[in-house]
Design a protein around this ligand. Sequence first.
Ligand code: ATP
Ligand code: MG
Length: 434
Amino acid sequence: MRYQRPKGTADILPDEAKKWTYVEETARMLFNDYRYQEIRTPMFENFDVFSRTSGDTSDIVTKEMYDFKDKGDRHMSLRPEGTAGVVRAFVENKLYGPEHPRPIKVFYMGSMFRYERPQSGRQREFHQIGVEAFGSNEPELDVEVMAMGMDLLSHFGLSGLKLTINSLGDQASRAAYRQALIDYLDPHFDELSEDSKVRLHKNPLRVLDSKDKHDQEIVKGAPSILDYLNEDSKKHFDQVKHLLDALKIPYVIDPDMVRGLDYYTHTIFEIMVDSKALGEGYTTICAGGRYNGLVEQLGGPEMPGIGFGLGMERLMVLMEAQKVKFPVLDQLDAYVVGIGEQTSLETLQIVQSLRSDGFAADRDYLDRKPKAQFKTANKLNAQFTITIGESELKAKTANVKSMASGKEVTVPISEILQDFDTVLTKYFNDKEID
Ligand code: ATP
Ligand code: MG
């Protein structure tokens, strides 16, 4: 029997994982600058947490959810997205309480699960980096969240990003629009795809999001939601645009964009990029928006929220395609070469001592000849080699060599064990110490 990973999942091997770490660490630093703190929630939740919030007609609930009954007959689901679980945690732990200064700003990173047809940048287990901010309805916060998404992606040196925005307005605006949309779509009912027929009366906005080509043709003539925004909603959206302009963040308005989840209100946005590596045309890598009713829906007080989710896999495909340089994070400071079996104890002591001084150090564990050990040191790009042969062992010294300059010095082993930092500054210059 040969075992294979489940369809739509990926093994992230060490060379690739290094890049992931770099992306995640960069995101952590940036989120810290914006004062967002990490939150970690369970990978599975009660099915209802997602079905209630995403909407019965959403792709997620109708087709994509990994749900199951556990041994206690509870209906559970692997999380298909991050927001619902974060909001559930927010409510359950009463983060809306007066002791938490508002807005409450959090971020998360982790696996999400959707039963989809796997392709480039689309998997069944995938990873998102996401943020949520609760407790402010100010357009300034909408703009902060969008700016942060753009900032993060530009930090990685990506080019050709396009920020697309729209507004779904508040509940009243949406209700007015909903009726107008039904009135427009009803005469086309017979031409619509099966999915859209079902959605037309349950959730007509979703028809705008249809991936069916013919549906998309029909949708082109539909009324625009922007014409149905009431005064407050219009004011909010105008201010968002004004602030984006003021921050010189370019954007385009797409009045047909609705997003796949039911809980959005007011500003919604997607950051897209046109890259062949992810298929024809523009692909969304980061998406989000305001969800002013969601906290209440999950049993909390009335409290506005806004956030985004960014797909790690798509980001990695894009960075690869745009040949973004990843900094080397795994520098090997020293490789300790032992010549002859009797040096094994000393080399082990030195390696351990270097590590406890904060240096990345390694040695041979396969009893290999000196030549093979030096070759490894070279291959691993070690900054220094520390060599002990028979004569060094007798003299209780080691040969320390800078691989950059070729300079070699003989140093008492005791000095190395004492503090390798001191050895470096005593015998080598700045250029040799990276
Ligand atoms: P799409 O229209 O491409 O299916 P979506 O609207 O379902 O996207 P969201 O729920 O908004 O996606 O998720 C936000 C981001 O998460 C997406 O922009 C994408 O980068 C990523 N994402 C979503 N589904 C997947 C998946 N199956 N595999 C990899 N990344 C995904
Ligand atoms: Mg989807």
